[in-house]
Write a protein that binds this ligand. Sequence first.
Ligand SMILES: Nc1ncnc2c1ncn2[C@@H]1O[C@H](COP(=O)(O)OP(=O)(O)OP(=O)(O)O)[C@@H](O)[C@H]1O
Ligand SMILES: [Mg+2]
Length: 469
Amino acid sequence: MNYGVSIRVRLSLWYGTALALSFIVFAIVLYAVMARGLREQVDHSLEKAAEAAVRALEQHGVGPTLPFDDLAAEFPELAVLDKSFQIFSPAGKVTIQSPNVRRHDIPLSRTALEAAFEGRATFESARFRGESPIRLLSVPIRRGGELVNVVQVGTSLQQAEHTLRRMLGVFLVATPVALIVALAGGWFLAGRALRPVEALTLAAKRIAAGDLSQRLTVPRSSDEIGRLTVTFNDMIARLDDSFQQVRRFSADASHELRTPLTVMKGETELALRRPRSAEDYRLVLESSLEEIDRMSRIVDELLFLARADLGEVKMESKPVRLDMLVEDIQRQAVVLGQEHQVHMAVGAVEPVIVSGDELRLRELILNLVDNAIKYSQAGGKVELRLSQEHGLARLAVVDQGIGIPPEAQARIFDRFYRTDEARAHCKKGTGLGLSICRWIVEAHQGRIDVQSAVGQGSQFTVVLPLAST
Ligand SMILES: Nc1ncnc2c1ncn2[C@@H]1O[C@H](COP(=O)(O)OP(=O)(O)OP(=O)(O)O)[C@@H](O)[C@H]1O
Ligand SMILES: [Mg+2]
């Protein structure tokens, strides 16, 4: 849980920092662009005003004493309130002045005068104590190559400064607010994004406590969390499956071992109730031996499967003449078949060499043939076929016996599983044979399949890779 909180904190900090940084950069750029724009706007209006003044003076001819009011009467565009005008003589003396200058005398600066002699206009900024700065443009008027006048137009930068200051104020207030909102938003979003993770953690805890029936609610979106949830659920389902299998296996194993024990106990108790003849004792002991055989078979097979699960069963990997093995088993099976009045038929057997463990392969085929004979009706026929195609050996054991219902076909390879039909048909059997068969086939990189119809018969097919020559 701790790390979840810290991820949340980290996420919100990242989010907040990124957002605040971009906001600050945005504010700085906006401020700079705005300041530049305002200055350009002021300078442009000064140029316009200077142009008008120069035009007025050139048309009027320049007299040193003409008062501004007369000039303004003829050129109304000069009488604008936000601009001040001064006209200087080449010596730098004021000759004409608009009324709004009179509050301060603004002398013509040296640089502006020198530039005027060279025929250049000059932009300057000036500031008087306690007032907003003034922007000035000084333009020379020349006639015949000689400087006759300098026109100076001025305007207050108050408006522009005011605008910029207001903007700065807004930014100063908005930045911390934006930061707080970003942090809060980040906190909220991170919390929302991590909520399914929290749910996952809780579910994992419950499952760790042993409740494997728990599943997570899968979110509707198929995002990372959605996929994680699905994967997680799959994992639990598989765990649940294998735990249930283990539980069922233990229950089945105990049950299979208890049956012969119960039989032995019952018969022994019965025999001990009163004195019996030697012949009676013999019968009880024989019956006990049968049950003991049965139990040792189960224990042997369980031991084999357990060791196989642990990877402790050694498997040889030598070339095996599968056709010879099949013919050998067929001869044995003829005898076994006669006991059950089942005809063991010889099918097509091609020469086939696989690589593997001959003893295990013999056990595999024997188990399949044993099943085929055991689950056949008297008078039935069992056939063994062997062929090869596409680099694979194909062994088929075909019978005309009781068959396997479709819903049971997937389960007959499970340990201890036996169909009801099989139990009714033949009391003997533990349901471990096919589990061992499947293990042997898989250890040989092959596979085993069944096709069956109830009452018509079954065909078990084993496919094994051929030995590489
Ligand atoms: N040839 C077959 N015909 C019909 N059912 C079969 C056949 N082979 C297997 N089965 C079914 O599959 C079940 C499992 O077979 P498996 O060989 O594992 O156990 P079993 O033969 O009952 O006991 P075991 O082989 O351990 O003595 C059988 O109980 C039976 O229901
Ligand atoms: Mg069997």
